[in-house]
Design a protein around this ligand. Structure first.
Ligand code: FES
Length: 191
């Protein structure tokens, strides 16, 4: 096997006139975040977070704008963004399903949860449904090991997830979940 060098420096990126790193973001970085850190580079993560939060992913143009703003090389921003799987470098579905695959969740059956999501959505990890509603990814520890398996749907953490709960979680995210009527003489059991 041989290594093939990719000429990223000459890569063309889609550009739009309006900057992704808005003036409001620049102001927040300047006034609130940069004073907290010794180096401008330390603000790379918060800047990437801002962009990801606003657009659902981090477009290449946004990385060049962050680099320019923080006086870094674009490659340094790309290295950081591509290291963390939380940052999406391609457009995502309207809802992002992120299942933890680290050790506690692995012991507690995350694979069955992932399979249930794959079956329900008809996509594999890393893919987006045709209607653009969902993207499925796997991440490392979500910090919820005591209630594994855990998954994030957008910014909502779901704990102790069982495969049979997946359909309801997805419907909930779509916004079309309606609570079934309580059976006579009692309430439905939690899902
Ligand atoms: S290992 Fe899954 S939340 Fe920590």
């Amino acid at each position: 096997m041989s290594w093939t060098a990719k000429n990223s420096a000459a890569a063309e990126i889609d550009r739009r006139e309006k900057p992704y790193l808005t003036q409001a973001m620049r102001d927040t970085l300047t006034r609130e975040l940069l004073p907290r850190y010794e180096t401008m580079m330390a603000c790379t993560l918060p800047a990437l977070h801002m962009v990801q939060h606003a657009y659902g992913w981090v477009p290449p143009q946004a990385m060049t704008e962050i680099a320019q703003f923080l006086k870094l090389k674009p490659a340094e921003v790309l290295d950081t963004a591509s290291f963390y799987e939380e940052y999406a470098l391609t457009p995502q579905g309207r809802h992002r399903i992120a299942i933890c695959r680290s050790v506690a969740c692995e012991f507690c059956g995350h694979e069955k949860v992932t399979q249930a999501v794959k079956d329900a959505l008809g996509i594999d990890v890393g893919e987006t449904t045709d209607d653009g509603a969902f993207t499925l990814i796997e991440l490392e520890c979500l910090g919820s090991c005591g209630t594994a398996p855990a998954m994030l749907v957008d910014e909502t953490l779901h704990e102790n997830v069982r495969p049979e709960r997946v359909a309801r979680i997805l419907d909930d995210a779509r916004g079309d979940w309606t609570e079934p009527p309580a059976p006579a003489g009692g309430h439905p059991s939690p899902g």
